[in-house]
Design a protein around this ligand. Structure first.
Ligand code: DQA
Length: 148
């Protein structure tokens, strides 16, 4: 069975109460329920992991190939904009990866327009609320089936 790792960076554990005008009212638990439902409907096992700690996220990316994951969907949150460590971990793991953002980062402050992690991914999806994660999973599924 296809295994997909979904990673969530810092402050995404606060979804639901965190800046609802920007991130909406869905909690991370709601999003994880959506991810599992997508997995069931698409014959994939989804593992979701959130951390405020860069090292923990780097560790999960490093371990992903040996743990049997076929690809990664990642919302690096603020790390998007400056974590060379996450970028390097994605390049080292060399699994297909899709970067997702809940908000449209291109419509916000200038510093959010730059992603250091997106160049280590197949592409980036931003601005569709929690549905960005589903679009990320769909994109990853397409990439993986094209890879055979
Ligand atoms: C975010 C956008 C980032 O700029 C921000 O730091 C986040 C969330 C998003 O999902 O819209 O924490 O990644």
């Amino acid at each position: 069975m296809l295994k997909i790792l979904v990673l969530h960076g810092p402050n995404l554990n606060m979804l639901g109460t965190r800046e609802p005008g920007t991130y909406g009212s869905a909690t991370l638990a709601h999003i994880e329920t959506m991810l599992s439902a997508w997995g069931e409907a698409n014959g994939a096992h989804i593992e979701s992991f959130q951390s405020n700690d860069e090292a923990a996220l780097v560790g999960r990316i490093q371990d992903a190939p040996a743990a049997g994951f076929g690809g990664i969907v990642i919302n690096p949150a603020a790390f998007t904009h400056y974590s060379i460590a996450l970028r390097d971990a994605l390049l080292a793991a060399a699994l297909p990866a899709v970067e997702v953002h809940i908000s449209n980062v291109h419509k916000r402050e200038a510093f959010r327009r730059h992603s250091v992690t997106a160049p280590a991914c197949s592409g980036q999806i931003a601005g569709f609320g929690p549905h960005s994660y589903i679009l990320g999973l769909e994109a990853l599924k397409t990439i993986l089936s094209a890879n055979g």
